[in-house]
Design a protein around this ligand. Structure first.
Ligand code: ADP
Ligand code: NI
Length: 217
């Protein structure tokens, strides 16, 4: 199968798995990650097929979105086999999708390949800036989070279980617990540069939000 046909088939597979999500991981998120990864690939010498395949598939077997991630990983494996991926390529793609998430990075994540670093950067860039702000609000709404409570301090989340515990979570605290940390965590110079502007945009937003909250603006 040609490279173009492989990517087109992966795109359709990803669409069939992601299009019904309502927590901010819809296929439009996947398409933005693909666009950003394609942009970063221009300045990095990573394998484009591995990078884009992992970008399309990175949320398909995510344990916050599906109840049986191992089953989905097995399905992805069969699927990639069926479009002529070698065992080595499949292992590379699944290693990326399995290890790139923010919650993974809270413990001791294994080092990602350059392709993996690009997908991780692209996913993280979609969590910050204007898009990041709206996704946090969308996700927070979907999980019945409070918008803001000045008496609830941001948590120091140390592991995945704490990160996923939303019982005392506010949307604004999510900025301090994750979103404002992402810029310093970018892997590639291209992503760092894009992140800086988006980071500043979030700081301006938080400043405006708190000013309005206190009726000072
Ligand atoms: P990952 O898949 O890398 O672990 P997350 O699940 O942390 O990513 O993030 C997916 C999206 O949901 C991001 O836009 C993120 O900011 C948002 N999100 C995650 N947790 C929360 C939260 N507690 N409150 C608001 N938004 C959240
Ligand atoms: Ni994602």
């Amino acid at each position: 199968m040609t490279y173009e046909k492989q990517l087109e088939t992966i795109k359709q597979y990803s669409y069939s798995k992601m299009s019904s999500d309502t927590t901010g991981h819809n296929f439009d998120h996947i398409q933005r990650v693909i666009k950003t990864a394609t942009r970063i690939l221009k300045s990095e010498s990573a394998d484009p097929l591995i990078t884009l395949a992992a970008a399309y598939l990175h949320d398909v077997a995510d344990d916050k979105l599906v109840s049986n991630p191992a089953k989905l990983e097995a399905q992805i494996k069969d699927f990639l086999h069926s479009i002529d991926f070698t065992n080595e390529q499949i292992t590379e793609v699944l290693f990326i999708t399995h290890n790139m998430s923010f919650s993974k990075s809270l413990s001791t994540p294994p080092k990602l390949s350059l392709a993996g670093q690009i997908v991780q950067d692209s996913d993280r860039l979609d969590a910050i800036g204007a898009i990041g702000i709206i996704r946090a609000i969308y996700y927070g709404g979907a999980h019945a989070e409070t918008i803001y409570d000045p008496d609830i301090q941001p948590r120091q989340v140390m592991n995945k279980a704490e990160y996923r515990d939303l019982s005392n979570e506010t949307i604004i605290n999510h900025f301090y617990e994750k979103l404002l940390k992402l810029t310093a965590m970018m892997n590639t110079p291209t992503a760092k540069k894009i992140a800086e502007q988006r980071h500043q945009y979030m700081l301006n937003f938080l400043d405006e939000f708190k000013g309005e909250w206190d009726a000072e603006k």
